[in-house]
Design a protein around this ligand. Structure first.
Ligand code: 5GP
Ligand code: ZN
Length: 114
């Protein structure tokens, strides 16, 4: 999609701090981190939200989750615990309509998040 921020990051048209890349996924640091570790994991293909990703088939949703876990390991937060968040829809705070998992860790994460 031409007018999508994360498609542009995937295409390297907009710079980002990439921490991990696979054939079908990209992980990069959130520009406004809410925790010591705050990384976004996206499928390179444009899918609007978690529901679309789940319906995409081909194991893509699983690959996004596997990349998210690999990021947590790489960032050293897999053992202490980390949170995966898919804000889905504007009412839940989704501001970029290209599905992304937030990988949050490195500080105490309360539940419920509020
Ligand atoms: P959402 O609110 O859609 O769940 O998450 C979007 C996230 O993208 C936000 O946490 C925001 O800080 C991050 N973000 C917005 N623009 C950019 C950008 O240009 N680069 C990076 N790396 N992150 C961005
Ligand atoms: Zn996109």
């Amino acid at each position: 999609m031409t007018d999508c921020l994360f498609c542009k990051i995937v295409a390297k048209e907009i710079p980002a701090t990439v921490v991990l890349e696979t054939d079908r996924t990209l992980a990069f640091r959130d520009v406004d981190p809410q925790a010591p570790t705050h990384v976004l994991v996206v499928p390179k293909a444009h899918h609007e939200d978690a529901a679309a990703l789940g319906g995409a088939g081909g194991g893509l949703a699983g690959e996004v989750l596997a990349t998210a876990h690999a990021v947590a390991v790489q960032e050293g937060v897999a053992d202490t615990g980390y949170r995966l968040v898919f804000n889905t829809g504007p009412g839940a705070g989704q501001t970029v309509p290209h599905v992304h998992a937030h990988v949050l860790g490195g500080r105490g994460l309360t539940w419920p998040p509020g």
